[in-house]
Design a binder for this molecule. Structure first.
Ligand SMILES: NC(=O)c1ccc[n+]([C@@H]2O[C@H](COP(=O)([O-])OP(=O)(O)OC[C@H]3O[C@@H](n4cnc5c(N)ncnc54)[C@H](O)[C@@H]3O)[C@@H](O)[C@H]2O)c1
Length: 339
């Protein structure tokens, strides 16, 4: 049983970022004696040697959500709300996207509000949002004042949840921290249902010696390859997830807890250059092209340039050196058999 001072609940803990976070947060010197509650619709794995409870739960079900706050570890002081249906998944199955990306977030939020109140604490509620909240005509560079008007079901769901978290924070129900994530590359494993999955796939598969299809453009010379994306590496993202837990609440802007996590701009062509630089022409030859207009429309509607200064002023960190170090680190993981 914990003293309830360092109990972290991660939803979506069987997913990529959730499972990475479970491992990363254990190394956080500012979170000693950590107790982890790991929940997902798929049974999450606990990092070895940790005080962790893993719970298989469908978070669209209120009763199952409540169990996460009623374990032997007591009421968590921090919730990382990471469960979700990715962009293409939400676009293709609108009802499921709403259920998981909005309704289930509200259930977790409400449980945090009520259970936190019963335990006499304001639970930190850290939410993984996305740059997909932006759409329509946008300025060249997104600033904290740019209005978000999504052009897809995924971004809409994230924005609805953001509004709820901001309102719950304003009312003193939770201490919300909303991180609008760049697209995180390079994702290991099999391709996800994200529209942006190819941004990882065109690096990951060739580094594994496997052919892949780039859905942007029809050849290496296509002008469509100039499509730019806003990216961050998983290593930097994990540092920022941990930093989000420790930012004093008074440092956020008064009216919103939204922060666009720092990232960098790279075009599809920049990614392919980085692949060639790190792994040579042979790797590049494994990238085939078949333009997918739906995919291209969605990714093109997302912004690719942000002003990082507000996030950096809060203490968040940024990748240095663009795509090449990101590809290099992933190549090392492939060679070590951990990608
Ligand atoms: N990876 C990225 O580039 C990126 C970018 C922006 C935002 N995000 C957000 O970050 C979060 C984590 O992303 P990820 O890449 O780890 O995604 P992921 O798909 O690997 O993980 C999401 C997890 O949510 C779980 N889940 C889905 N429905 C559920 C339900 N009903 N009940 C319980 N669990 C359920 C899934 O089983 C999965 O394990 C997501 O909310 C995502 O929208 C990710």
């Amino acid at each position: 049983m914990s003293n309830n001072n360092n109990v972290v609940l991660i939803t979506g803990a069987a997913g990529w970022l959730g499972s990475l976070l479970a491992r990363t947060i254990l190394e956080d010197p500012k979170s000693p004696n950590l107790y982890l509650i790991l929940a997902d619709i798929l049974k999450p794995e606990a990092p070895r040697g940790t005080r962790a409870i893993t719970i298989k739960a469908d978070l669209t079900d209120k009763t199952q959500v409540n169990t996460l706050f009623e374990t032997d570890f007591g009421v968590p002081d921090t919730v990382y709300c990471l469960h979700g249906i990715m962009s293409r998944g939400s676009e293709d199955n609108f009802d499921l996207g709403l259920k998981v990306n909005v309704d289930a977030v509200r259930l977790v939020l409400d449980a945090a509000r009520h259970q936190g109140a019963s335990a006499g604490r304001l639970i930190r509620f850290i939410f993984a949002s996305s740059l997909a909240v932006y759409g329509g005509p946008l300025p060249h560079v997104i600033t904290p004042d740019t209005i978000a008007s999504p052009e897809g079901a995924y971004g809409m769901g994230k924005l609805v949840s953001e509004l709820l978290i901001n309102e719950y924070t304003r009312r003193g129900f939770v201490d919300g921290r909303i991180m609008r994530l760049p697209t995180i590359v390079v994702r290991p494993g099999v391709p996800s249902a994200a529209t942006s999955a190819f941004l990882s796939g065109i690096i990951r598969e060739p580094l594994k010696g496997v052919e892949t299809t780039c859905p942007i453009g029809n050849s290496l010379d296509s002008p469509e390859l100039d499509l730019a994306a806003w990216l961050a590496s998983p290593e930097t993202t994990m540092k920022n997830f941990v930093i989000a837990k420790h930012i004093p609440s008074e440092k956020f802007r008064a009216h919103t807890r939204v922060v666009c996590l720092p990232g960098f701009t790279a075009t599809v062509r920049d990614e392919l250059w980085a692949l060639e630089e790190v792994a040579g022409k042979e790797a590049l030859r494994l990238v085939k092209f078949k333009d997918d207009p739906t995919n291209r429309r969605l990714v093109s509607s997302w912004p690719a340039r942000f002003d990082n200064s507000y996030a950096l002023s809060l203490g968040f960190v940024v990748d240095e050196g663009g795509m090449v170090p990101v590809v290099q680190r992933f190549k090392e993981k492939v060679q070590a058999g951990v990608a």
